[in-house]
Write a protein that binds this ligand. Structure first.
Ligand SMILES: O=C[C@H](O)COP(=O)(O)O
Length: 250
C-alpha cells in the first residue's frame, strides 16, 4: 500500500508576510490523524522561514531545483547539501518549466536526480508531454525517454529513492486538467515501463499527478489506482484548497 503524497510547488511566488499567512492557515487546519504525507516546496530563500513556521507539524519541506554540482564556483546555484542542511527532505527535478525555460536536458535532469539521492534527498522527477506531442500520439515515447535517461544513468535501483511526477505540460497552470482516465492511462504505463526493469520498484514507487489539480477535481484523480498523490502549483498557494486536497488524499 503506497501512502499518498501531496506536494505543493510554490514556484516563484510569495513574500515573508504572504508565507506567514499561508503557513499559519495550513498548520491551523492540518488534521493530525491524516494518513497522507504533506510537502511544501517554497522558493529557496524562504525555506528557513517555512521550517520555522511549520514547527512540530507533519509537513515536509523540499527544494524546487538543485545543482548537479557538489560545491564551488557556480554563481547562483544551490546544492543538494545546502537543501539538506536547511531541513529539506525532497527536491523537485526536471520540472517542465526548468526543461523548457532553462534548457534542462534529460541527461542534466538525470545528473541532478543522482546528486539529490547522493545528498540524502528524495528527488521528485517530473516527466510529461506538451500538447503538440500528445496530439502527435507520442506521449509515452516522450515520457519513456525522460525516464530512460535516469534509468540509463543511475540504474533502475535508484528508483527505490525517487518519486515520479507525471505533469502533462498542457495542464500546468492552464485550468485544463487531464481527465482521470487520461492521467491513469499514463500513470499505469509509467508503472508498466518500470516493471519491465524491476517489479519491486514498480509496485513501491509513488507516481504523482500534476497539472491544475485542485480540491474540486482531486477526489476523482486520487481515486485512480496508479495515482499516488499530487504535485500542486496554483492551489498550493491557498491554505484552504491545499489542506482540502490533503484531506481528500488522507
Ligand atoms: O509543479 C506543479 C505543477 O506545475 C502544476 O501546477 P498547477 O497546479 O498550477 O497547474
Amino acid at each position: 500500500m503506497r501512502t499518498k503524497l501531496i506536494a505543493g510547488n510554490w514556484k516563484m511566488h510569495g513574500s515573508k508576510s504572504f508565507i506567514e499567512t499561508l503557513m499559519n492557515g495550513m498548520t491551523g487546519q492540518l488534521n493530525a490523524a491524516m494518513k497522507s504525507d504533506v510537502l511544501v516546496c517554497p522558493p529557496t530563500i524562504y525555506i528557513p522561514l517555512v521550517k520555522n513556521l511549520i514547527g512540530d507539524k507533519a509537513i515536509a519541506v523540499g527544494g524546487q531545483d538543485l545543482s548537479e554540482q557538489e560545491q564551488g564556483a557556480y554563481t547562483g546555484e544551490i546544492s543538494g547539501d545546502m537543501l539538506k542542511d536547511n531541513g529539506c527532505q525532497y527536491v523537485i527535478v526536471g520540472h517542465s518549466e526548468r526543461r523548457s525555460l532553462y534548457c534542462e536536458t534529460d541527461i542534466l535532469v538525470a545528473h541532478k536526480t543522482g546528486k539529490a539521492i547522493e545528498c540524502g534527498l528524495t528527488p521528485i522527477l517530473c516527466v510529461g508531454e506538451t500538447l503538440e506531442q500528445r496530439e502527435k500520439g507520442t506521449t509515452m515515447q516522450v515520457v519513456e525517454q525522460q525516464l530512460d535517461a535516469v534509468i540509463d544513468t543511475l540504474g533502475i535501483d535508484a528508483f527505490a529513492n525517487i518519486v515520479v511526477a507525471y505533469e502533462p505540460v498542457w495542464a500546468i497552470g492552464t485550468g485544463v486538467t487531464a481527465s482521470p482516465d487520461q492521467a491513469q492511462e499514463v500513470h499505469s504505463a509509467i508503472r508498466a515501463h518500470l516493471r519491465n526493469k524491476s517489479a519491486q520498484v514498480a509496485e513501491s514507487i509513488k507516481i504523482l499527478y500534476g497539472g491544475s489539480m485542485k480540491a474540486a477535481n482531486a477526489e476523482e484523480l486520487l481515486a485512480q489506482p496508479d495515482i499516488d498523490g499530487g504535485l500542486i502549483g496554483g492551489a498550493s498557494l491557498k491554505a484552504d484548497e491545499f489542506i482540502a486536497i490533503c484531506n481528500i488524499a488522507g
